[in-house]
Write a protein that binds this ligand. Structure first.
Ligand code: XMP
Length: 518
């Protein structure tokens, strides 16, 4: 972030050597209310000195410090008197540049390992002896760097933690930022507060203020547009960017006809009335339905919906000819990292560019959350005053209900699903389940079953209910409801929604199933 910090704001600088965990280090620091910035490994020492960070963290990395083209660091960093913590590759760099030696280990060490504390310095203060740490390395230090002592070892790694307390330089072979390292938080806390003497004053409010300044500077008096889906990420992004650009932010909400009950209405109401944000509402439901006619293949549905969305959005956006920027709520997990070894720098690519809109329309991106995780965006949303209903929303897929009406998508079937889904979700709220569940929804099956209502035989649709626990959607477990709740939900749906006479509950986990049915 290129930003003007309030002068008293303490900062930790993270130099990135390409570890998959670098963003996690930043996150752990933010969790402890300290501001941090990530820069590439070759960030100039002069800049570091002028920015006066309270401490520097050297991240891990996928290479060996002796590899040809290995990412290096300016040796002067070790002489400027700012406390340093080297993690994994970062520790090996400390060794290499301080007359130590690093060699390839016979066996890679990967996973959970117990550490033995040999000397409890400031960094390892209150870390339990024999506690579990997360290792992922193929090299290890074979000769100690000058003026350092060993502070911890493991069975396979005799030099697992080192320190030079006079220079305040510390190295650890394991990853404190990974949740598996039991006392990882303690170690980072020790570095921030015992060694760097940071203030714990970094908050969502600070983030908002800095982002507003940054966006203002970037956009000037140009215009930005935002595809507002109503999901957490785009909603929070829109409110944040609106604070910076006011009427120069124009949101566009496309009703695809595949939204949940009252969803588009609520979005329009919230953003226009509560936040006073310029919002163009487009009802494109007929067009989407027309194009989905007779389509049953899920991937085909996705393609049609994606392309139609771009077409509709683009047409509308072109009516704002001086828009130069596109706001996106891209989160860090949406970002794929790759280390460009040749250029000795880290390049980060996104894979969520609203179907390639920015390239196509020649728009520059504003992505205020590229470095954040979902729960952090939720905290920012709360700070910005978004209602809980928007903040705690379960994820909703881009193709919407089209992948939950199995088989052909028609207005009638969508309406049926909308009613049933609304009943299910409202009951989850009423019974205090909603926030315990990662994602819940109803699915309308392309199956009819026989039932009996009163004295009459019915032959109607089957509805499946799905609710899962998960942390990231990559794996998921089916949610264990109280049976009475399932009974209540099934009864209410069958009684209230004409056209559904049977409700089933999905007890498959992911893998081998997926969360959605299509
Ligand atoms: P699956 O069904 O793959 O879903 O286990 C994992 C998560 O991704 C969401 N999902 C999608 N999101 N476009 C999206 O934006 C899609 O085509 C799509 N398909 C699935 C799904 O809701 C779940 O949260």
């Amino acid at each position: 972030m290129a930003i003007e910090l309030m002068t008293h704001q303490h900062k930790i600088l993270i130099l990135d050597f390409g570890s998959q965990y670098t963003q996690l280090i930043a996150r752990r620091i933010r969790e402890l209310n300290v501001y941090s910035e990530i820069h590439s490994n070759n960030y100039p020492v002069e800049k570091i000195i002028s920015e006066k960070p309270r401490g520097i963290i050297l991240s891990g990395g996928p290479m060996s410090v002796y590899d040809e083209g290995a990412l290096t660091i300016d040796k002067k960093v070790f002489e400027i008197g700012i406390p340093i913590l080297g993690i994994c590759y970062g520790m090996q760099l400390i060794a290499k540049y301080n007359n130590g030696k690093v060699d390839a280990a016979k066996n890679r060490e990967y996973g959970k390992v117990h550490i033995q504390i040999l000397h409890e310095d400031e960094l390892l203060k209150n870390v339990e002896n024999n506690s579990i740490v997360w290792m992922s390395h193929g090299d290890y230090i074979t000769k100690m760097p000058e003026d350092f002592i060993v502070t911890a070892r493991t069975d396979n790694t005799p030099i697992c933690a080192i320190s030079n307390t006079t220079k305040k330089i510390y190295g650890i072979q394991f990853h404190p930022e990974v949740a598996h390292t039991k006392d990882g938080k303690k170690i980072i806390e020790n570095f921030l507060f015992n060694i760097c003497n940071c203030n714990a004053d970094w908050t969502a409010g600070n983030f908002i203020q800095l982002s507003i300044n940054e966006i203002k500077e970037k956009v000037g008096n140009k215009k930005a547009i935002c595809a507002l889906s109503g999901g957490v990420d785009s909603s929070v992004a829109a409110v944040l960017v609106h604070k910076a650009l006011k009427e120069n932010l124009i949101c566009i909400h496309v009703d695809t006809g595949l939204m949940r009950k009252n969803e588009s209405e609520n979005i329009v109401k919230l953003f226009r009335d509560n936040f006073n944000i310029k919002l163009i509402f487009i009802d494109a439901s007929e067009l989407f339905l027309e194009r989905l006619k007779n389509v049953v293949d899920p991937e085909q549905k996705r393609k049609i919906i994606g392309n139609t969305f771009i077409e509709v959005f683009e047409k509308e956006a072109k009516k704002i000819p001086d828009a130069e920027f596109l706001v996106q709520g891209t989160l860090y997990p949406d970002v794929i990292e790759s280390v460009s070894v040749k250029g000795a720098s880290v390049t980060i690519k996104t894979h969520h560019n609203v179907g390639g809109l920015p390239e196509k329309m020649n728009l520059k991106l504003i992505e205020p959350f590229r470095e954040l995780f979902k729960d952090e965006v939720r905290a920012i949303g709360r700070e910005l005053g978004l209602p809980e209903m928007f903040i705690n929303r379960h994820p909703f897929p881009g193709p919407g209900l089209a992948v939950r009406v199995l088989g052909e998508v028609t207005k009638e079937r969508l309406d049926l699903l909308r009613e049933a889904d609304d009943i299910f979700i409202n009951l989850l709220h009423e019974d205090g389940y909603y926030e315990k569940i990662w994602q819940a929804f109803a699915v309308l099956l392309p199956v009819q079953s026989v039932g009996v209502m009163g004295d009459a035989r019915t032959y109607e649709n089957v509805l499946a209910l799905r609710a899962v626990s998960s942390t990231d959607g990559m794996t998921a477990d089916w949610f264990r409801f109280d049976h009475d709740f399932l009974e209540k939900a099934a009864n209410k749906i069958i009684r209230s929604v004409k056209g559904i006479n049977r409700v089933v509950y999905d007890i498959s986990s992911k893998p081998p199933s997926t969360i959605e049915w299509e």
